[in-house]
Design a protein around this ligand. Structure first.
Ligand code: N01
Length: 555
């Protein structure tokens, strides 16, 4: 569908839109834009679709939002016909679903795999982007009117900077970049470094295989049991029969895009026994909705502390060794202010004789030698290292692309003090470039598929509007962006979230500016804001009919 242009004497493919990434966001973006008659090319670094679910293949990886909700809603046939096997589908099943979607909607012909987008440069004389790709060691440039960054929030795996890591002679794995072949830890001494969601899911599975597992913990995390189980035909049917209403409620009425009961009271409105009974009910049911027991757990320290104490007590009940239990009890952040984890037997795993927890809070890891991890002056001999050390979240994958907007200014220059966007969708000075679930939008604080579908629909409608009205370029106005950044901050600082050193704040990356990146106002309120902006002719965005440069966006 692409035309061919001649740039600098070379033949250059020209598309209406280039989409970066073939995860859940990129796939749906391709589908929507293609439906509108645009020529679209998706570039994907991996050799398959699925994004996060393509890369994160570590043992025990599964979704922490129930699969009947962590799934596309744009096609009723799809949601009626796909069978989820379990409450929380394992990674291979989610990847199978992504592949099914790619086949069902015939997306593959417009996706180029094994291709990295290296650079994108906006040409003010044509209002088009020049996009440089690398594939098989060769560089190539294409052009597009629109670029959509569907690069994912948690796709840039972060290798820790630990002395000696490069010299380690055993196997080294990162949970976010797991090999495609099966990894067998049978009979091996394994170290897991990190105790976030990825570690909490993989530790019980690795412990069942390894001869010995040593877990190095810098910060303890709160985790709620998943209570994963096969889905019964009746449970599936209940969702299928009510999908339209369930999806509507998740999109419009919920803060996090997950259909659940809305709490009508605060934690301190109930007496001790009643409160404990409510937490017990949520704990027995399992999953992220534990935090929905009361409506003020994210807002009020005293209320939050009742939930944190409940979970700390549970850890003490589950873990036999009091000293280990104490180390596993988080005490340095309010519950929920870091992404709460969802596990299967995580705490109980520390009762196994072949599992050791090593507290590295005070001094970190001293160094890694040829065959051991040294911490607190003691060597722990290991055959394999599992780095569950997280991601350069939300901005890391975007920052890896050399993006030049108006006047040659790069996005990395503009975001040096932290990401700045209007609605999380566009950044002033970078016309016709959209970000899906970018900083400044609910993204990682929500059911990602709900947020992805909302962004894709908004962007597709916006592109349709531009084409219908003959607009060649659109960009965020600097003052609208400033107001949005201030609003995102104001809402975040009205909650307990900024109290934690979390990746939401960029705190896991040395030198990264501390800014609360996602928008915490809730997916329902956010959707309304985006819809209102569109209804007012894309208020706060500047539309331009021709390729005449406008004055530089100065924010
Ligand atoms: O990463 P993390 P993750 N030495 O950043 C430690 C999503 N997710 O991959 O907290 C020693 O949370 C670090 O310690 P500290 C989910 O949104 C979803 O686990 O910085 N330790 C921390 O313990 C999640 O929040 C699912 O003190 C080091 C850990 O590594 C997000 O992805 C599953 C270290 C990193 O934890 C990220 O989770 C998995 C060092 N040098 C993930 N550097 C589901 O849907 C880092 N750490 C289920």
């Amino acid at each position: 569908m692409s035309a061919s242009l001649s740039v600098s004497g070379k033949s250059t493919a020209a598309y209406d839109a280039v989409v970066v990434g073939a995860g859940f966001a990129g796939m749906y973006m391709l589908h929507r834009l293609r439906q509108q008659g645009l020529s679209v090319r998706v570039y994907e670094q991996g050799d398959g679709v699925g994004g996060t679910w393509y890369w994160n293949r570590y043992p025990g990886a599964r979704c922490d939002v129930e699969s009947v909700q962590y799934s596309y809603s744009f096609s009723d046939e799809l949601q009626q016909q796909w069978d989820w096997s379990e409450r929380y589908a394992p990674q291979p099943e989610i990847l199978k679903y992504a592949n099914h979607v790619a086949d069902r909607f015939e997306l593959r012909p417009d996706i180029q795999f094994n291709t990295r987008v290296e650079q994108a440069v906006f040409d003010e004389s044509t209002d088009r982007w020049s996009v440089t790709l690398s594939a098989n060691g060769e560089a190539k440039t294409v052009t597009a009117a629109y670029v959509v960054l569907a690069t994912g929030c948690l796709s840039n795996a972060r290798m820790p900077d630990i002395k000696g890591l490069k010299d380690f002679k055993g196997e080294v794995y990162h949970t976010g970049h797991w090999p495609h072949h099966p990894v067998d830890f049978t009979g091996k001494r394994v170290a897991v470094i990190g105790t976030g969601s990825s570690a909490i899911q993989s530790v019980p599975v690795i412990a069942a295989q390894a001869s010995h597992l040593t877990v190095f913990q810098r910060t303890a995390n709160f985790s709620i049991p998943a209570r994963n189980a096969p889905l019964t035909p009746e449970e599936r049917e209940a969702f299928r029969a009510n999908y339209p209403e369930i999806r509507r409620i998740a999109r419009e009425d919920m803060r996090n895009g997950i259909y659940q009961e809305i709490p009508d009271r605060g934690a301190l409105d109930d007496g001790d026994n009643e409160r404990r009974a409510k937490y017990e009910t949520r704990w027995s049911r399992g999953g992220l909705t534990f935090m929905g027991a009361y409506n003020n757990l994210a807002l009020d320290v005293a209320a939050n502390d009742t939930a944190a104490t409940f979970v700390r007590d549970k850890i003490a009940e589950i873990v036999s060794d009091p000293q280990t239990a104490k180390l596993l009890q988080p005490r340095d952040h309010p519950i929920g202010s870091k992404r709460i984890c969802v596990d299967t037997d995580y705490y109980a795993t520390f009762n196994r004789p072949n599992v050791t927890l090593v507290d590295i809070k005070a001094g970190g890891i001293d160094e890694i030698s040829l065959n051991a991890v040294r911490a607190g002056g003691k060597d722990y001999a290991v055959d394999a290292l599992v780095l569950a050390t997280g991601f350069d979240a939300m901005t890391g994958s975007v920052a890896k692309i050399d993006i030049h907007g108006r006047n040659g200014r790069t996005l990395n220059q503009k975001w040096a003090e932290g990401p700045r966007t209007y609605l999380g969708l566009m950044s002033a000075g970078f016309p016709n470039m959209f970000v899906i679930t970018g900083p400044g939008s609910p993204s990682v604080l929500s059911n990602m598929i709900v947020s992805i579908e909302q962004h894709v629909d908004w962007i597709a409608d916006c592109v349709g509007y531009m084409r219908a009205h003959g607009f060649a370029a659109m960009e965020a106005e600097p003052d609208a962006e400033d107001r949005w950044v201030a609003h995102v901050n104001e809402v975040a600082y009205g909650t307990l979230y900024p109290q934690a050193n979390s990746w939401y704040m960029g705190a896991n990356i040395p030198g990264k500016p501390r800014i609360f990146m996602p928008y915490i106002g809730g997916v329902g309120a956010y959707r309304q804001i985006c819809n209102d902006v569109a209804a007012k002719g894309y208020q706060g965005f500047r539309m331009q009919s021709s390729a005449t440069p406008v004055e530089a966006a100065a924010s």
